[in-house]
Design a protein around this ligand. Sequence first.
Ligand code: GUN
Ligand code: ZN
Length: 447
Amino acid sequence: MSVVSQVNKGHRHAVRGSIFHCLRDPGHTGNPEAVEYFEDGLLLIENGHIVECGPAEIALTQLSEDIPITDYSGKLIIPGFIDSHIHYPQTDIIASYGTQLLEWLNKYTFPMEARFGDLNYATGVAEFFLDELLRNGTTTAMVMPTVHPESVDAIFSVAQKRNMRVISGKKLMDRHAPDNLLDTPRVAYDESRALIEKWHKCDRLLYAITPRFAPTSTDKQLSEAGRLAREYPDTYVHSHVAENHEEVAWVAELFPWSRSYLDVYDRFDLLRERSVFAHGIHLNDEDRNRLQQSGAALAFCPTSNTFLGSGLFDLPLNRQRNIRVGLATDVGGGTSFSMLQTLSEAYKVQQLAGNQLPPTQGIYLATLGSAEALYLEDKLGNFLPGKEADFIVLDDQPTPLISRRMQETKTIDEKLFVFMMMGDDRAIYASFIMGECAYERPVINAI
Ligand code: GUN
Ligand code: ZN
């Protein structure tokens, strides 16, 4: 650790506790050199950014005495979770019974999304949603709203008040949905453009051009989406791909000229850096080549994939092919806001396919891996100097059972595995945004 200035210039403060973060993907072998762990660590923050991260005993000798230190000794500090794909308008239909993707969309999702043309209603849900993310230790998310510009204004303005880094953008849908959810290619283009001008790069907010999925857009609308993507090269593209067998067959019928589902997006210039496609379960070899060459990313949504019976995502294959992969809850197809619960399901999905998901790779996926999928690794995902200080504090004694189980752990890997298999919102002790505490768990008297 380099010498820290003796003067408390800027707005310096520090947090102390056990600290874990990833420097790169530990892979399916859990390479220990890809991570850093300080049992007694110190994180020094200035003006919302990381200055230093290292062992407390060294850092403390270099700190001037006027720097306030928040003491979380006995707790674990890690980077904030990054949810690479989630739908805020589906908050209130989470856990809806008995259907797979296409029926689930028609029966539960579309009727709920129709309410989001009302700015007041949308704002109320956005407030609950972002509070729920923070309660679960998620400090950044890529969020799908609805087709209504009001739903985009709602999520961005509430995120802006909380100083959260949120990526979002109006859904483009001009067919195969109820009339009250449809726009046109022209309206989609004009409204997206106006929203990009209004919100993209405003404070921490970023805009995503968002064709919902190929079946709800005509060729003309996808072509307008591609035009927007060319005109605004530093925005995101956000969509779904190859989630469900029936959906894949439908796309082949709707776009008979296409080589594959992914190819539909490719033909309209929607595959590029900062393109994020949720699911990507049913892809072929050429699709994976195109993802890798273009720099587009996949969002792995395990609780959604099992809940909707969609299939098992092949994590090792995609990573071997150097495709960026983020972890995502996909609420309300997904069944939990908790990225810890999401990791538990991710582990089981890998087990069912005969693959391994070590806890360090799990935490990587939920932090730095998602940051890489979103091309935010220069700003988020670990505690390297200069990064934005979004981090969380984990409590290893949130319930009687977890406390007992934790007593049997000897290494940080074992502890992380218990967090990943058994943890949820109760394990989130505090969430920090740009160095400021944005959520503190109320006192629980379980133990
Ligand atoms: N494909 C198109 N729309 C959706 C959605 O809202 N959720 C999921 N899981 N898949 C989709
Ligand atoms: Zn989704």
